[in-house]
Design a protein around this ligand. Structure first.
Ligand code: BGC
Length: 827
C-alpha cells in the first residue's frame, strides 16, 4: 500500500489543503451552518439545500454514480479551444496547478492553465439563504486572454426523493424565468410552493442556458457540454425536462489583469399574496435584493470576514495548548468544526448519507449536543425542545424527525429502548454548560400535539421511567427493537430480504431480550437525573411550573432504581472477565465466553465502565483489560469479537455484514470514546490516550491517506476492523456521533475541564509522560486560563489548585464573572 499524501493541514489558517484533485475518495466540506447548506467536494461537486436535504433540495446530485461525485457547481473556461475547470472536474483537463483549501464553512479552489488562474471562494454568508461563489480570473501570461466562461448548476425539483424516481411527472413540471443576469427556478411555484431558487451573477451576461439537454447535448456529458465545447450558448429556455442554470460571459484580460465575478445561488420564500407581480411572473424582489447585498468584491469580502470572525469567536471558547500539534489541531479546530456539522446535519446529508434516508435522530442529535453546546448554547436549547416535542407520553420516542417539519416519523423504525435516556444526557449537558435551569420549566408537547404540554422536566421523568417500566426477567432493561447498536435486532427474526431490519415488525411480545448497554447508559444518566433532582430545589424559585414537585422524594426514588440496576448488572450482567452484551429473545446470553462468535462486545464494556459498575470489585479494570486483549487492534477498537461469520436470525442485521465491517466487528469509532472514558474512570491515563490517538484523524493523516481513503481531517463512522479485507479503510465520514464523543472525551475527560452545575470541575486523566498544558475556556460569560502541570507524572488526581492565586478546596473552579487564572498541580 502506497503512502501517498494528497494534502496537509494549514494550522494557521485552519484549513486542510488538498494538492491533488484525485483524492482516494471525494474529500468534502460543508458551507452554511444555519438554514442554507451546501456540500462541496474538492472538485466542486455536491449540492445545496434549504434546511432539509430531502424536502428542499435546491440542486441535483446523483449518488453512487460513475464516475463518482459527478455534478456540482462548475465553472468552465474555454480558452481558445482548451476547456478546463478550476477544480479539475468535470473536464479533467490536466491543470498546471491545483489547490483546494477547505476551511471553516468555506472552500477555496484554485486551478491554473496556460497562464490563466481561476480561484473560486465558496461560502454561505451568515444569516443568508445563498451560496456565494467569488470567481477571480487572473491573466498571468504575456498576452491578452479572451476567455469564454460558462457557469453551471442543475436544479433539483425540490423533493430529492421524488426527483430521482417520479419521472412521468418530473419531466413535465420544470419551469424557469430569466431576467437580466439571474436565472430563476420556479418549478411548482404556480401551485403549492411559495419558494423559488435563483442563480445570478453581478455582471451582464452574453448568453445563458436553462435546458440541460440543449446545453450538454444528449450524447455528451458534464465533461464536454456542447455549448461549452463550441463556445456558444444556446439561450435555451427550459419547459419541463431538466432545468439547469448556466451563464455565459465573455472575458477579456490584459496581461497581469485580474477580475472578480460574483455568483449567487440563492433561495427565496414569498408570502402567498405576494407571489406574483403579473400572471405567471414571479415576484423577484427578494432575489434582486439579495444579489445587491453581494454585488461587489468589497461586499463579499466583508461578508467573508464576518464569517471568519464568527469562527474565531466560536473556536476561542475552548482552546488547548498542549505542545502536541496533532492534538491541538483536532481540539482547537477540526473536532469542534465537525461537531458543528453533526449538530446541523444530524445524520442526514453527506457523501454517504443521501439526504433522503435519515433526518434528525432522537438518539443521534441528543449526543451531538455534547460536542456543540459550548459553542452556541441557545441553539442547543432550541434543539432540545424540538427533540423532546416528538416524544410520546410514556417516554418512548420516534427515532427521528424531519428538520423542515420537526415532526417525528417512523421511517427508520421505532421502539429503540435506549432513545429516552439520551434526552436526559443532552439536557444535563446543556444545563451544566449554561446554568440555565429554566429550560426544565418550559412547556413541551408530546408528539407535537397541542394541548399535551408538560414541563421539560416531566419529559426527563418519563424518559427515566421508560427504562424502569420496561425491565426484563433479570431486572435489566428490555432492548425493544434495538439499543444504540441498531443492528443488534433481537426481536426481528427476519428471513425476508425484502424487509428492512429497522422497520419490520418488532416481535417484542413475550421477549426476554435485555440490554447491558442500556443498563450502563441508565446508570450514567440515572445518576445525572438524581443529581439534578437534588439540586433543583435551589433553582426553582423563579419557575412557573416546577414549584410543587417533591424533588427530594423523586431523587430517592430514582436512586433506588439506579442502585437496583447496578445490582442487576453485577448479578446477571457479568460474564467473568467482561460485561455481557445482552440476553436474547429466549433469555440466552449474548456477548459471553459461552458464545462461539461475538463473545465480547464493546458497548456494554464502554457503558458499564463509564458508569463505574463494580469499580471497587475490580470489574471495571478487568473489563477494560478484556477490551485490550480481544477488541483492540492497530486502527482502534472493534465492536465485537470474534466477528460473526454466518447469519444469526436471532441477532438480525449485525450478522448480515461481512466480517470486519460496520456493526460486525468494524471499528465503529462512535463507541471507542466510551471505552476511553471508561479508562479515565479507572484512572488509566496511558490506556485512554493510546485508544484515543488511534482514531484521532491527525494521526491517521500522517501516513495512511491512501489506506484510510476518506477525509483525513474528520472522523468517520467506521474504519474496517482487523477481520476485514482491508483493515484501516474508512467509510461514512463526517456524520457520526464520533465527533461529539471525541470532543466530550478529550475536552472533559482527558484534558479534564468539565462543566459542572457550580463551575468548572478540573479532573484530567493523562498519560504519565504528558507535558504541562494550558486550556483557555469561556464559560457562562467568564474566561478561565487553566494551567495544568504534572510534576510527578501521575495520570489522575488534582493535588493543588489555585484560582487567581487563592487556594481552592476541591477541584471545582467556581463560576464567577471576569477573567481568571487557574493553576492546577496534579499529584
Ligand atoms: C446511527 C446511530 C446508531 C449507530 C450504531 C449510526 O449509523 O446513526 O443511531 O446508534 O449507527 O448502529
Amino acid at each position: 500500500m502506497d503512502n501517498k499524501r494528497y494534502g496537509h493541514f494549514d494550522d494557521q489558517h485552519r484549513e486542510y489543503v488538498i494538492t491533488d484533485p484525485q483524492t482516494p475518495w471525494p474529500w468534502i466540506n460543508y458551507l452554511g451552518n444555519e438554514d442554507f447548506f451546501s456540500l462541496i467536494s474538492n472538485t466542486a461537486g455536491g449540492y445545496s439545500f434549504y434546511k432539509d436535504a430531502k424536502f428542499r433540495r435546491l440542486t441535483r446530485y446523483r449518488y453512487n454514480g460513475v464516475p463518482m461525485d459527478n455534478g456540482g457547481r462548475y465553472f468552465y473556461i474555454n480558452d481558445g479551444g482548451t476547456v478546463w475547470n478550476p477544480g479539475w472536474k468535470p473536464c479533467k483537463t490536466p491543470l498546471d496547478s491545483y489547490e483546494c483549501r477547505h476551511g471553516m464553512n468555506y472552500t477555496r479552489i484554485t486551478g491554473s492553465k496556460n497562464g490563466v488562474e481561476a480561484s473560486v471562494l465558496f461560502f454561505v454568508p451568515l444569516h443568508t439563504w445563498a451560496e456565494v461563489q467569488k470567481l477571480t480570473l487572473t491573466n498571468n501570461s504575456n498576452e491578452v486572454k479572451r476567455l469564454k466562461l460558462f457557469s453551471f448548476a442543475e436544479w433539483c425539483l425540490w423533493n430529492a426523493a421524488t426527483d430521482m424516481e417520479n419521472f412521468q411527472r418530473n419531466f413535465s413540471t420544470g419551469e424557469v424565468e430569466i431576467e437580466d443576469s439571474i436565472i430563476y427556478h420556479k418549478t411548482e411555484y404556480r401551485e403549492r410552493r411559495n419558494h423559488y431558487a435563483f442563480y445570478g451573477v453581478n455582471v451582464p451576461i452574453q448568453g445563458y442556458d436553462t435546458d440541460r439537454e440543449t446545453f450538454v447535448g444528449l450524447y455528451n456529458e458534464f465533461a464536454n457540454p456542447d455549448a461549452v465545447i463550441e463556445g456558444r450558448p444556446r439561450n435555451s429556455h427550459a419547459h419541463g425536462w431538466s432545468p439547469i442554470a448556466s451563464h455565459y460571459i465573455e472575458v477579456e484580460l490584459q496581461p497581469g489583469e485580474s477580475r472578480d465575478y460574483i455568483f449567487l445561488l440563492g433561495y427565496v420564500e414569498n408570502k402567498q399574496e405576494e407571489k406574483f407581480i403579473a400572471p405567471q411572473v414571479i415576484n423577484k424582489t427578494q432575489a434582486v435584493a439579495m444579489m445587491a447585498r453581494f454585488d461587489s468584491s468589497e461586499k463579499v469580502d466583508a461578508a467573508f470576514a464576518e464569517l471568519c470572525d464568527y469562527w474565531d469567536n466560536l473556536l476561542n471558547i475552548y482552546t488547548a495548548n498542549t505542545g502536541n500539534e496533532k492534538l491541538d489541531r483536532m481540539v482547537n479546530v477540526w473536532n469542534q468544526y465537525q461537531c458543528m456539522v453533526t449538530f446541523c446535519m444530524s445524520r442526514s446529508a453527506s457523501f454517504f448519507e443521501s439526504g433522503i434516508g435519515r433526518g434528525m435522530g432522537f438518539r443521534d442529535s441528543n449526543q451531538d449536543l455534547v460536542g456543540f453546546v459550548h459553542l452556541i448554547p441557545e441553539r442547543a436549547r432550541e434543539r432540545i425542545i424540538d427533540i423532546a416535542s416528538t416524544q410520546f407520553p410514556d417516554g418512548g420516542c420516534y427515532h427521528q424527525y424531519q428538520p423542515l417539519t420537526k415532526r417525528g416519523n417512523n421511517d427508520i423504525g421505532g421502539g429503540f429502548n435506549d432513545d429516552p435516556c439520551w434526552l436526559i444526557f443532552g439536557t444535563v449537558a446543556y444545563i451544566k454548560e449554561t446554568g440555565d435551569f429554566s429550560i426544565l420549566d418550559e412547556m413541551v408537547p408530546f408528539d407535537n400535539q397541542p394541548g399535551t404540554e408538560v414541563t421539560l422536566f416531566e419529559h426527563l421523568r418519563v424518559s427515566f421511567n421508560h427504562v424502569v417500566n420496561n425491565l426484563g426477567p433479570h431486572s435489566l432493561p428490555l432492548i425493544g427493537r434495538a439499543d444504540w447498536n441498531d443492528c443488534l435486532n433481537l426481536n426481528c427474526f427476519s428471513w425476508d430480504p425484502n424487509e428492512s431490519f429497522q422497520t419490520t415488525e418488532n416481535k417484542t411480545e413475550g421477549s426476554q431480550a435485555e440490554s447491558l448497554m442500556i443498563a450502563g447508559l441508565f446508570v450514567v444518566t440515572g445518576k445525572d437525573y438524581v443529581e439534578l433532582c437534588k439540586i433543583l430545589p435551589d433553582h426553582i424559585k423563579a419557575m412557573q411550573n416546577l414549584k410543587d414537585i417533591d424533588f427530594a422524594a423523586e431523587a430517592d426514588r430514582a436512586q433506588r432504581h439506579v442502585d437496583e440496576m447496578v445490582d442487576a448488572v453485577k448479578t446477571h450482567g457479568w460474564d467473568g472477565e467482561w460485561y455481557l452484551r445482552a440476553y436474547d429473545f429466549y433469555g440466552n446470553k449474548i456477548g459471553s465466553d459461552e458464545c462461539e462468535e461475538g463473545k465480547i462486545f464493546i458497548e456494554s464494556q464502554g457503558w458499564c465502565t463509564m458508569a463505574g459498575i463494580g469499580l471497587e470489585e475490580g470489574l471495571v479494570e478487568r473489563s477494560l483489560d478484556s477490551v485490550k486483549e480481544r477488541l483492540e487492534c492497530e486502527h482502534g477498537i472493534v465492536l465485537n469479537n470474534p466477528a460473526f461469520t454466518t447469519y444469526h436470525v436471532e441477532m438480525g442485521e449485525i450478522s448480515s455484514y461481512p466480517e470486519g465491517y460496520k456493526e460486525n466487528a468494524g471499528i465503529f469509532c462512535h463507541n471507542n470514546p466510551w471505552v476511553i472514558i471508561g479508562e479515565t474512570v479507572a484512572a488509566r491515563g496511558d490506556d485512554a490516550w493510546n485508544h484515543y490517538k488511534k482514531i484521532l484523524p491527525s494521526y491517521v493523516e500522517e501516513d495512511r491517506q491512501t489506506l484510510h481513503k476518506v477525509e483525513p481531517y474528520v472522523n468517520c463512522q467506521m474504519v474496517a476492523g482487523k477481520d476485514a479485507y482491508r483493515p484501516g479503510e474508512g467509510k461514512n465520514s463526517w456524520l457520526t456521533g464520533t465527533a461529539a464523543w471525541m470532543w466530550y472525551t478529550v475536552s472533559e475527560f482527558i484534558l479534564g475541564i468539565k462543566p459542572h452545575y457550580d463551575g468548572l470541575l478540573i479532573d484530567p486523566c493523562l498519560p504519565k509522560t504528558a507535558h504541562d498544558y494550558t486550556v483557555t475556556r469561556r464559560f457562562r460569560g467568564a474566561e478561565y486560563e487553566i494551567h495544568v502541570s504534572n510534576p510527578n507524572g501521575v495520570s489522575k488526581g488534582v493535588a493543588k489548585m489555585t484560582v487567581d492565586g487563592m487556594p481552592v478546596e476541591g477541584a471545582v473552579v467556581p463560576a464567577q464573572p471576569g477573567k481568571h487564572i487557574v493553576e492546577v498541580v496534579m499529584g
